[in-house]
Design a protein around this ligand. Structure first.
Ligand code: NAD
Length: 264
């Protein structure tokens, strides 16, 4: 599936790209002609993803990057620039989930969630903006938000807090980046069947006293218009559309791709 958008001559860095949504975005960007740095905590996974992209005729490198580690983020952006001659698109996508009520979270778990989702977004944003401003050729920074950037669910306190915060960061970056030709948007998917979601279904079932089927029907898909999961391809096509959008008209926005779970 490709909406026809092309990214020929562009360079992208995608975090959390060894799996799930990030992997699909890396593949879609490469298929659209973009050189891609596949960055992930999971180095073998990143290398495998980059290898598969190269085998399919695309340009990609894999790299180890913990988005909470300032030195690793800076080194990854430098390696991307060295390999491909610049950086035009950054997708801050790496994420995890921990499911439990707020009063049961340890401070360490809270900090881990905020560290990956929010500190990681900051470190990648700053690394991107410094390089994009210096190169003077504009750019695009995308954040992987969620429907949980717009509304809450029980048992997901730090996730909901961090995903809401990304919208504020993006609006600020839109204002600061505008004069430099840097656009930014937040992608807000509904539930997508990735390891992150599959891992939380048993815990949600236990906590809510439901079967796993009931979790899917009565929680995850309850408010969709058609009882259908969003797919990694749906999200990747949204990321492709936003990265390839030709003007600065579309910036500072949240694009919700959720089968109508959340409507604005
Ligand atoms: P996933 O588990 O399939 O992939 C997440 C990737 O992030 C993994 O490859 C993992 O190794 C990597 N990662 C984790 N911590 C990292 C770190 N510190 N540094 C670098 N990489 C790290 O999950 P996914 O569902 O594809 O999630 C990707 C993003 O999409 C997350 O931000 C998630 O919150 C968001 N999202 C997912 C859904 C969904 O339903 N799956 C919905 C909305 C938003």
């Amino acid at each position: 599936m490709n909406g026809g958008q092309r990214l020929d001559g562009k360079v992208a860095l995608v975090t959390g790209a060894a799996s799930g949504i990030g992997l699909a975005i890396a593949q879609a960007y490469a298929a659209a002609g973009c050189a891609v740095a596949v960055a992930d905590l999971n180095r073998p996974g990143a290398d495998a993803a980059a290898g598969a992209i190269a085998a399919a005729g695309g340009r990609a490198i894999g790299m180890a990057m913990d988005v909470t580690d300032e030195a690793q983020v800076e080194a990854g952006f430098d390696a991307c620039t060295a390999a491909f001659g610049g950086i035009d698109i950054v997708v801050s996508n790496a994420g995890i989930q921990i499911v439990k009520p707020v009063h049961e979270f340890s401070f360490e778990e809270w900090r881990r969630m905020i560290g990956i989702h929010l500190d990681g977004a900051f470190l990648c944003t700053r690394a991107a903006l410094r390089r994009m401003y210096a190169a003077g050729r504009g750019g695009c920074v995308l954040y992987m938000g969620s429907v949980h950037s717009k509304e809450a669910s029980a048992l997901k306190g730090p996730y909901v807090a961090a995903k809401h915060a990304l919208v504020g960061l993006a609006k600020t970056v839109a204002k600061e980046g505008g004069p430099h030709g840097v656009r930014t948007n937040v992608i807000c998917p509904g539930f997508v069947k990735t390891p992150l979601v599959l891992a939380q279904i048993p815990e949600l079932a236990r906590r809510h006293g439901l079967s796993e089927d009931e979790v899917v029907r009565t929680i995850m898909l309850k408010d969709t218009v058609d009882n259908v999961f969003t797919t990694v391809e749906d999200v990747a096509q949204t990321a492709l559309f936003l990265a390839g959008f030709p003007t600065d008209a579309l910036t500072g926005q949240s694009v919700i791709v959720s089968h109508g779970w959340h409507m604005e």
